[in-house]
Design a protein around this ligand. Sequence first.
Ligand code: CDP
Ligand code: MG
Length: 159
Amino acid sequence: MIEKSLVIIKPDGVERGLIGEILRRFENAGLKIIGMKMVWVDRKFAEEHYKAHRKKPFFRELVEFITEGPVVAFVAEGVHAVGNVRRLVGSTSPHEASPGTIRGDFAHMSMAYASKKGLGGKNLIHASGNKAEADAEVKLWFRKEEMHSYSTVHEKHVF
Ligand code: CDP
Ligand code: MG
């Protein structure tokens, strides 16, 4: 039941100065950050990360968006981490994301509006969609030596 999920604070989140705010939400929920780095990914890496969306009409814009500045990528570990991270992140389209979620609290636009403008949907954050995606994404972004095993106080009271 202990899972790892890959989370990326996208260029809009980094440029808006929301790194700390976003990390705080995962730490407060008791999720453990076991690896973290800032990277400016190139087109090739972005295309690999988003390869499931290769055929989608927004693919080109999405790759442009994720490569327009540095991102902060981290691995969050915890009980049902994949689903729990998605709950904290909120729905893909910020205008449908509930208040209290990261996308609902810090953005409001829709994917329809983004595509009308010919832009990638700026929704601040990426989080693995399911366990298989999480396993593949953690492997793509982090080498074993870049992840760490340690104890937090949360392990006594939160999980
Ligand atoms: O990120 P999430 O898993 O919630 O959504 P996705 O369906 O896997 O789509 C990946 C990303 O593509 C989204 O987070 C948006 O940034 C972007 N996207 C877009 O630009 N236009 C759409 N119509 C749908 C998604
Ligand atoms: Mg997804």
